[in-house]
Design a protein around this ligand. Structure first.
Ligand code: TRP
Ligand code: SF4
Length: 405
């Protein structure tokens, strides 16, 4: 089992283009990406093929949703200078890897993915007994493995997909990573590190394989990573050799579980377009203000003079995201004593949401006005992603004996 050491990890994540982003996406996903883009090499992509797995009958909204998604990302502060932003269908290598991985993927693995039966149930009005829908977690595996991503930020519902990706990678490496003369080649590669490091590596490898010493494994992985004179192939051989397997062509990724967002919808349920309880990042301020003013409160507070209970009120959930402890204490006290009205209570939330969104909306307008810039960002991102994807596919094809004369 080889996992990329976290400090060298590439981060990859994607979103389906299904419409404009809302505060749930911002607090649940994008703010996390904003942080990651400064800490790791990040690849973020718009998963238009994934959208087709469920919306194949009406794909006409995908182009606009793709563009809106890019504008929302940029407006939120995702920086194309720091992260590679691209569209899945413009890196067709994903499809080739999906096809090749399908050769070694047992049907049972796909049928067992929890979201498979769930989603089919939930989206009953659509016929999802398709090949594309069954295969979509494997497409996701290809998305991840083609960049050799080490960390995949996802929500709870996607962890099983990353888990399956690890199994696919393990199987791939097991089947195709065993070239003739593997051990000799690995030994030769190890000697390239110099006598002292070779000895150290050898000792660590034995400590791990014979005593299961995981610390030794970590140190040895770091040692390999720190060698400037090793080729990628040597590195993969050594990583595999270290763990007693074959060459690691596709390293196993790890899920980076995104904390469930505290951001509720206007009705207190999870914020989601299908519940019609969202505030979109680019909604008009007047619309946002109205939505917050009319959102439900503790049903026990019928009259202004009735005391309320913040724990039973969705507005309180907003306070937890948006206001400081002084205001929160004011809410707690004023609500329970009927000292404040619900509109008084909502005002600091309204102010905070509007001031959070003002600069985002301003930037969105600027990007909207520069279609050429948007096009250039995607062109450059798709090209950069493709370069990495092509390299992986060269290795994958070679490992699977798909080399022409
Ligand atoms: N399946 C993800 C979703 O529905 C989107 C996605 C596609 C993705 N490929 C990915 C996420 C690869 C992370 C990594 O939200
Ligand atoms: Fe909710 Fe605030 Fe009204 Fe209390 S005062 S019920 S917390 S909106």
């Amino acid at each position: 089992m080889t996992t990329v050491p976290a400090q060298h990890a590439r981060v990859l994540s994607g979103m389906r283009p299904t419409g404009r982003l809302h505060l749930g996406h911002y607090h649940g996903v994008l703010k996390n990406w904003l942080k990651l883009q400064h800490e790791y090499e990040c690849f973020f992509f718009i998963a238009d093929w994934h959208a087709l797995t469920t919306h194949y009958e009406d794909p006409s909204l995908i182009p606009e949703a793709t563009r809106d998604m890019l504008v929302d990302w940029l407006a939120a502060g995702i920086n194309p200078g720091a992260a590679t932003l691209f569209v899945q269908s413009r890196v067709p290598e994903h499809a080739e890897l999906h096809l090749l991985l399908s050769m070694i993927t047992p049907l049972g693995w796909l049928e067992r993915v929890p979201s498979y039966k769930d989603q089919q149930e939930r989206l009953k009005e659509k016929d999802l007994a398709t090949y594309g829908f069954l295969g979509y977690p494997l497409l996701q595996s290809a998305d991840i493995l083609i960049y050799k991503a080490g960390l995949v930020p996802v929500g709870e519902d996607q962890v099983a997909h990353v888990e399956m990706t690890r199994e696919i990678a393990r199987r791939f490496n097991h089947v195709y990573g065993r070239e003739a003369g593997f051990e000799d080649q690995a030994e030769q590669a190890a000697r390239k590190m110099g006598k002292k490091n070779y000895k150290l590596f050898d000792r660590l490898r034995r400590a791990y394989q014979q005593q299961g010493d995981h610390e030794a494994l970590g140190v040895a992985q770091a040692l390999i990573e720190s060698q400037g004179n090793l080729t990628i192939g040597d590195r993969e051989r050594l990583l595999g050799y270290l763990e007693g397997g074959g060459r690691v062509i596709l390293p196993e990724p790890q899920a980076l579980l995104t904390q469930a967002s505290k951001m509720p919808g206007l009705d207190g349920q999870k914020m989601s377009k299908s519940y019609h309880n969202t505030i979109a990042l680019r909604d008009e301020p007047a619309k946002i203000e109205k939505a917050l003013r009319t959102m439900p409160t503790d049903p026990a507070r019928v009259r202004r003079t009735d005391p309320g209970e913040p724990d039973k009120c969705p507005v309180w959930q907003f306070h937890r995201v948006y206001t400081d402890s002084r205001i929160q204490a004011w809410v707690q006290e004023g609500c329970r004593s009927a000292g404040i009205g619900c509109l008084d209570c909502k005002q600091p939330v309204i102010d905070a949401v509007l001031s959070e969104l003002a600069p985002i909306q301003e930037r969105a307008r600027e990007y909207e006005a520069q279609p050429d810039l948007l096009r250039n960002v995607l062109n450059a991102g798709c090209e950069a992603a493709r370069e990495v994807a092509r390299e992986t596919m060269d290795e994958v094809r070679r490992a699977m004996s798909l080399v022409s004369v």
